[in-house]
Design a binder for this molecule. Structure first.
Ligand code: HEC
Ligand code: HEC
Length: 366
């Protein structure tokens, strides 16, 4: 601010000086009988007023027009948990990608509106939103967030036995969690989801997983998770929203859920991540009942495992999993369908105790 003020004062002094000298010259000329040419001084005055106007203009223009856009940094430093970037920064992405990133975020939050049973773009998902499981548009610490997506893919995944791209991984959730069909990878919707994931990953080094990314890993119980105990927890702490039949509750709009279904024909299918007890327990422990966070959870680890056992014992859509886990030794301990690399029963692979399976797995890999 100081420089424009100094310039302004100088310009005003010049104006004063111009008018004083102009008067003096005119009087001298007139007295000596010489003609006085007004043009020169007038041009000088106009030019100086121009400078004054420009300086005032600059002083009045919003400061942000002169400042470089703020840096794209996620709100996490050192040992704090990643919580995404300020969405106001989307305005500064540049390269015309702002709208694509915004649309990607919108698709995560309101998937059903665009792609659900009554979707305005297509009808290819079960009516749930990505955000039902990837909370706060995929930015909540330990809320199944997307912080590590852009930095860790493409990567090899045992489930498919292939090197998976981000779009393949996104389509996995379309086909399993949303019990739907894959998006066209060349379409605008996939491009938007990718642009959003890329933007979320800004500033995260390749291969790095920020603290708080994805889901928490709860310690294994030393017993099998118990659906009977889980039912009591469900009735006390979940049923009020997700309903007695687990079918959730539609929002007033009728296009999506206020409380998404946990089982039944409109829920995730048996190939989804949440169908594994550890994923469900890790999600629920830090995020349910709605309103809790990792900082003030309500369920104990035991309760999270038991309610997972109850919910994942109910009916839900099926899926052909015959192509999954081509290497059976690569199956995670809580994948509930055989054949298995060890001789432990299928029920143990579903409910635990998981420690003996983990031990057998370690030996097999060694
Ligand atoms: C029913 C719950 C659910 C819904 C709905 C859902 N997902 Fe997922 N998603 C998961 C789970 C569980 C995982 C695996 C997390 C883990 O293994 O730690 C996952 C993983 C992912 C990953 C990989 C994350 C990583 O860091 O490896 C991406 C990308 C993803 N989902 C995108 C989507 C998109 C896009 C949608 C909406 C079209 C969606 N998901 C809907 C439950 C869901
Ligand atoms: C106060 C209402 C409420 C209660 C109580 C509640 N939930 Fe939820 N739950 C929600 C809402 C809302 C979402 C979707 C979150 C979003 O979209 O931001 C959700 C999402 C979920 C999801 C992921 C989406 C899906 O449908 O699969 C699971 C799993 C879940 N809740 C399990 C539970 C369990 C288990 C309990 C009991 C321990 C519970 N919830 C209690 C409101 C509730």
């Amino acid at each position: 601010m100081l420089v424009p003020i100094i310039l302004l004062v100088m310009a005003l002094l010049v104006l004063l000086w111009l008018s004083v000298t102009d008067q003096a010259i005119r009087i001298l000329k007139e007295r000596s009988g010489h003609p006085y040419d007004e043009r020169g001084p007038r041009i000088a005055r106009i030019a100086t007023w121009g400078v004054v106007a420009a300086i005032v203009g600059i002083m009045l223009t919003p400061k942000k027009w002169f400042e470089p856009p703020p840096p794209m940094v996620a709100t996490y430093v050192g040992d704090s948990l990643w919580a995404g970037m300020d969405t106001a920064l989307i305005d500064h992405i540049g390269g015309g990608r702002e709208d694509l990133v915004r649309y990607g975020r919108e698709l995560i939050r309101n998937t059903a509106f665009y792609l659900g049973p009554q979707g305005v773009v297509a009808h290819q998902t079960n009516g749930m939103n990505c955000q039902n499981c990837h909370l706060d548009a995929g930015t909540r610490p330990w809320g199944n967030n997307y912080s590590a997506v852009w930095s860790t893919y493409p990567k090899f995944r045992e489930r498919s036995g292939t090197n998976e791209t981000v779009s393949k991984r996104i389509n996995d959730c379309f086909e399993r969690s949303l019990n739907g069909t894959a998006l066209d990878t060349a379409g605008r919707e996939m491009k938007a989801l990718l642009a959003y994931m890329e933007w979320l990953g800004t500033g995260i080094e390749v291969k790095k997983k920020p603290e708080g990314s994805g889901l928490a890993e709860l310690p294994f119980l030393d017993r099998a998770a118990d659906p009977v105990k889980g039912e009591a927890i469900y009735t006390a702490k979940c049923e009020s929203c997700h309903q007695k039949d687990g079918g959730g509750l539609m929002a007033a709009s009728g296009t999506t859920y206020q409380y998404p279904p946990l089982w039944g024909e409109h829920s995730y299918n048996i190939g989804a991540g949440l169908f594994r007890l550890s994923r469900f327990a890790g999600y629920v422990k830090n995020n349910m009942p709605q309103g809790v966070t990792w900082e003030n959870p309500q369920l104990t680890d035991e309760e999270a495992w038991d309610v997972a056992a109850y919910v994942n014992s109910q009916q839900r859509p099926s899926r052909d999993l015959s192509k999954d886990w081509p290497k059976i030794a690569g199956k995670p301990v809580d994948h509930p369908f055989g054949p298995f690399a060890d001789s432990l029963p299928e029920s143990q692979h579903k409910f635990g105790p998981f420690e003996p399976i983990a031990e057998a797995r370690k030996k097999a890999i060694r």
